[in-house]
Write a protein that binds this ligand. Structure first.
Ligand code: ADP
Ligand code: MG
Length: 242
């Protein structure tokens, strides 16, 4: 069953044509890894999926509903897609627990007790229960990113979008963040992950999409794409990073 279906998605920033007709289905429980050179449109693609950017053309069907269509309530669909960025964007003046509780209380009108229960469960999931009352500036980068993941999960999304979640981290902290994402994959979360972590892509990706110049150039199961890429541009890219 597909959760998201993208049809002929185009996005331009004034005269810069960034996404040039993306077509893709994302099935329930699938982990889709997106790779490609800097500037190829990976972030723009993710940001269009949850309508942080407004597409210029095409459709994004979410459980069959075209969410690009203005007559649908964008916010309702945005809530179903949690997003985690390279920069953690935690609120510095709030404790870890308050950071996680904020959106459920403000956006979903959840009461404080329920929000706290969810937040504590999620802190447990990301292995940071003991940091509930800590402020973000006392956390390492890896811990901050695990909190950012917990915060996104607090809205109980159906889909998680990760945009290079480990790119801003020191190498020794990459593993702890990837472990949390792996755990989510094992629990059946539907995810789209932009990453340069090829080991991770091989291990948890159901499919790998290679993007270049605003198009999906090649997509395959990871063991196929990494072993025998067909497109010369995929070969060139993988040759540089592997
Ligand atoms: P990637 O994530 O693959 O590195 P991006 O989607 O961030 O690529 O960017 C694709 C292209 O779109 C780049 O040329 C970038 O400079 C441009 N771009 C991205 N966001 C904006 C924006 N808000 N305004 C103008 N240009 C943008
Ligand atoms: Mg990017």
């Amino acid at each position: 069953m597909q959760v998201i279906k993208v049809e002929n998605l185009h996005k331009s920033f004034s005269d810069l044509h960034v996404l040039k007709g993306i077509n893709r289905e994302i099935k329930k429980g699938e982990v889709v890894v997106v790779i490609g050179p800097s500037g190829s449109g990976k972030s723009t693609f993710l940001r269009c999926l949850n309508l942080l950017e407004e597409p210029n053309d095409g459709k994004i069907l979410y459980n069959g509903v075209n969410i690009v269509d203005k007559k649908n309530d964008i916010n309702k669909y945005r809530e179903k897609m949690g997003m985690v960025f390279q920069q953690f964007n935690l609120f510095p003046h709030m404790t870890v627990l308050e950071n996680i509780m904020l959106a459920p209380m403000q956006i979903k009108n959840m009461n404080r007790n329920d929000a706290m229960k969810i937040a504590m469960d999620l802190l447990n999931t990301v292995g940071l229960s003991e940091k509930a009352e800590t402020y973000p500036n006392k956390l390492s980068g890896g811990q901050k990113q695990r909190i950012a993941i917990a915060r996104a999960l607090a809205m109980q999304p159906e889909v998680m979008l990760f945009d290079e979640p480990t790119s801003a981290l020191d190498p020794e902290m990459v593993g702890e963040v990837l472990d949390v994402i792996k755990k989510l994959a094992a629990q059946g979360m539907t995810m789209v992950v932009v990453t340069h972590e090829m080991g991770f892509a091989r291990e948890v990706g159901d499919r790998v999409i290679f993007m270049d110049e605003g198009r999906i150039v090649e997509e395959e199961a990871p063991e196929v794409l990494f072993k025998s890429p067909q497109n010369p541009r995929t070969q060139d890219f993988l040759g540089k990073i592997l």
